[in-house]
Design a protein around this ligand. Structure first.
Ligand code: NAP
Ligand code: MG
Length: 402
């Protein structure tokens, strides 16, 4: 069999623990036998990040800017425990945070929907993609506990020294206060990534804030989205037959639950944090969530939404059998290969990506699945596969499709 050729490399970022094991199996079984893979490899495993003083993470992000497409394995975000475990020189930053900051991107998370796993919300038949603004609001807040009587004010001092003031509250007794901010440029990048991604996958874009209560802060988000849409995207949306829809956050929650899915839901930072966990759980399993970072310039980085599955890795190290779900990592690869194919007009590569996904979904719907899904499925005769058997079963089906 002739392998599919690639003209341009994609950026491959290896990772940690159980997902690093799955990474190799996926390449050996599902990619290398079929594709003459061209990738620029960066090892973001914690040991090598530590060895290079995290330079490898910065280099990988620059490489994504160069090649426009990357695929990333889950990585450890160090905490105190990891500093001891890996004898780290420093508590390195989260690679995802570092890459996101360099690419100025927005993260889109979407569930992989299969017939044999029914979402908790009966009418959801299509995936719901959550786009989370990843800058500012309460994640960059300043807060205080106040004691006794006193007043709290917001003061903005301009470059030339003029002050603008607003009273927050005249306190009669103990209380709490918080200041937060956002930047128009960041909101605009977020809006641009959302509009571009909606055009990319041809789905409606919904956005919501609480602008009736927050007449300046949230209203600015609403206005920036609307102005950009009217100026640059309205015609493109019309041509693609998709819609931009704005409403209040409480209204959108009700509409999403009653919908059949199939839209992108853009969320302010906090809403995205909360709603992405709600949507992931309602669709079944974190192991079935994909994630793609999209920059306003059109760079794409694909990964699974879950972490390195540490608990399974420790079992694996003890020689015990694991049943870790590789679907989200497989879809990170298929997403990146499809995007590479699209940018290079490589139809064969795009079709291969579709087949990888089709074979994965067919495996589950045939009743062969990992333990996390076996406990959720509506099917009766299920074979619970270990990590390797599951990937092997996908390979069998992929071979039949090719
Ligand atoms: P996790 O790796 O997502 O796993 C949490 C639990 O969810 C697992 O113990 C497992 O439950 C279940 N699970 C997640 N993915 C699964 C899969 N593919 N197949 C089957 N079950 C799956 O989160 P964590 O244990 O809190 O974090 C581990 C490490 O990952 C941390 O060092 C963290 O920094 C890192 N992390 C990285 C990323 C990223 O790179 N994007 C994201 C999140 C976390 P059971 O144990 O019940 O089977
Ligand atoms: Mg959360």
């Amino acid at each position: 069999m002739k392998k599919i050729k690639m003209t341009t490399p994609l950026v491959e970022m290896d990772g940690d623990e159980m997902t690093r094991i799955l990474w190799k199996m996926i390449k050996d079984e599902l990619i290398n036998p079929f594709v003459d893979l061209k990738s620029e490899y960066y090892d973001l495993g914690l040991e090598y990040r530590n060895k290079t003083n995290d330079q490898v993470t910065l280099d990988s992000a620059e490489a994504i800017k160069k090649y426009k497409v990357g695929v990333k394995c889950a990585t450890i975000t160090p905490n105190a425990g990891r500093v001891t475990e890996y004898d780290l020189k420093e508590m390195w930053q989260s690679p995802n945070g570092t890459i996101r900051a360099i690419l100025d991107g927005t993260v889109f998370r979407a569930p992989i929907v299969v017939d044999s796993i029914k979402p908790y919300v009966r009418n959801w038949v299509k995936p719901i993609t959550i786009a989370r603004h990843a800058y500012g609001d309460i994640y960059k807040n300043v807060e205080m506990k106040t004691k006794g009587k006193g007043k709290c004010e917001l003061v903005f001092t301009s470059e030339t020294g003029e002050e603008t003031r607003a009273l927050v509250h005249n306190f009669e007794s103990d209380g709490v206060v918080m200041g937060m901010h956002n930047i128009n440029k960041s909101i605009e990048s977020f809006a641009r990534s959302c509009f571009n991604f909606a055009l990319d996958i041809k789905q409606d874009l919904w956005f919501a804030t609480k602008d009736t209560i927050s007449k300046k802060y949230d209203h600015t988000f609403k206005d920036i989205f609307q102005d950009l849409f009217d100026a640059e995207y309205k015609e493109k949306f019309d041509a693609a037959g998709i819609e931009y829809f704005y409403t209040l956050i409480d209204d959108v929650v009700a509409r999403v639950v009653k919908s059949e899915g199939g839209m992108i839901w853009a969320c302010k930072n906090y809403d995205g944090d909360v709603m992405s966990d709600m949507v992931a759980t309602a669709f079944g399993s974190l192991a079935m969530m994909t994630s793609v970072l999209v920059s306003p310039e059109g760079n794409y980085e694909y990964e699974a939404a879950h972490g390195t599955v540490q608990r399974h890795y420790y079992k694996h190290l003890k020689g015990e059998e694991t049943s870790t779900n590789s679907i989200a990592t497989i879809f990170a690869w298929s997403g990146a290969l499809r995007k590479r194919g699209e940018l290079d007009s490589n139809k064969e590569l795009m079709e291969f990506a579709d087949k990888m996904e089709e074979a994965s979904i067919k495996t589950i719907d045939d009743g062969i699945m990992t333990k996390d899904l076996a406990v959720l499925t509506s099917l009766n005769n299920v074979k619970t596969a270990n990590s390797f058997e599951f990937i092997k079963a996908i390979r069998d089906r992929l071979e039949k499709l090719i």
